[in-house]
Design a protein around this ligand. Structure first.
Ligand code: ADE
Ligand code: ZN
Length: 321
């Protein structure tokens, strides 16, 4: 089986409906029954409804040990699919919403990463994210905590949430503060926002990668710029089809972006919400984009090269391919 590496996955968005129901039962945290459909899976329609369902699921992850569980459970599933490295987005705002401190949240995730490494040999690193629609002040508060509490497993800073909210430039103080402390930067752009959102992000935020960035396909000159600057794209085809950006996997521009020289990676984003996994993303890329084992392994090499971890780990991961 091809070895895999993932750079774009939201930790709260990895918890399966079963785990969310279990945590909810155990913690006594009630969850709106509308979070689940008749089949027991997560239920949502539009992207904004997805974000609400995500918040509801996150609201049952209440303790440090819950975050350890969620992290360990996700990395176990990834290891079963031969993933060797996962960079995952943490969201201190979701932890704060249930009364958890920045450091308890981080310690819980780190414990899950260390346990999964010991049990399965999989390596995990953390990218702390802010939530765009909560606004620049919240983002700056998260940024200050990231800088105040350096952690060996935290390798980057990023931003998710509603891309239509605020302007990229509004977040420049938060991103610059973290970047100056030495951490690498990514941000969602070009998912629900078009090429202008990508241009604004490249102009105002010190990003080394783009979360999604898929809508660069709508602007030929921007595409040439991103390809020539070798800015890696954290592409999430299954997510984009699930949220309605593209009708199906064949209509997704993954192959086109790859052929035009973009540095592409494969990612699951919020796997149970989008009925996907890192393994399914690789399998679907083989099926729909005609990628053979060598091409899929090159995608893993792209992810390792674009990863925010240190060079020693990159070399070790490369030697496992
Ligand atoms: N938060 C969780 N998943 C997300 C996505 N796909 N886009 C933006 N924010 C998110
Ligand atoms: Zn995402």
């Amino acid at each position: 089986m091809v070895k895999k590496a993932e750079l774009h996955v939201h930790l709260e968005g990895t918890a399966t409906p079963e785990l969310v129901r279990e945590l909810s039962g155990r913690n006594g945290a009630t969850i709106d029954p509308a979070t689940f459909g008749p089949d027991g899976d997560f239920a949502w329609g539009t992207f904004l409804e997805f974000l609400t369902a995500y918040d509801r699921a996150a609201a049952v992850i209440l303790t440090k040990d819950d975050y350890r569980r969620v992290t360990y459970d996700y990395l176990r599933r990834c290891a079963e699919e031969e993933a060797i490295y996962v960079e995952m987005f943490s969201s201190p705002d979701h932890a704060a919403a249930v009364g958890m401190s920045y450091t308890d949240h981080l310690d819980g995730i780190a414990a899950g990463i260390e346990e999964a490494k010991a049990d399965f040999g999989i390596e995990g690193r953390i990218i702390v994210t802010c939530v765009r629609h909560l606004g620049p002040e919240r983002a700056e508060a998260v940024a200050r905590q990231v800088v105040a509490h350096p952690h060996p497993l935290v390798v980057g800073f990023g931003m998710g949430g509603d891309e239509g909210a605020f302007e990229a430039a509004d977040f420049a103080p938060a991103f610059t503060h973290v970047h100056q402390s030495g951490l690498a930067i990514t941000s969602h752009a070009g998912e629900f926002g078009g090429p202008t959102s990508i241009r604004d992000t490249l102009l105002h935020l010190p990003v080394q990668r783009l979360g999604h960035g898929v809508r660069v396909i709508e602007d030929e000159s921007l595409l040439q710029e991103i390809a020539s600057r070798k800015i890696p794209l954290e592409l999430c085809p299954g997510s984009n089809v699930a949220t309605g950006l593209f009708d199906n996997r064949s209509a997704h521009p993954f192959k086109n972006l790859m052929e035009q020289g973009c540095v592409v990676t494969l990612n699951s984003d919020d796997p149970p919400f989008f009925k996907t996994s890192i393994g399914r993303e690789y399998d679907a890329a083989a099926q729909h984009y005609g990628l053979d084992e060598a091409a899929l392994t090159q995608i893993t090499r792209n992810a390792i090269a674009a990863a925010f971890c240190d060079d020693a780990l990159k070399e070790e991961l490369s030697s496992r391919l």
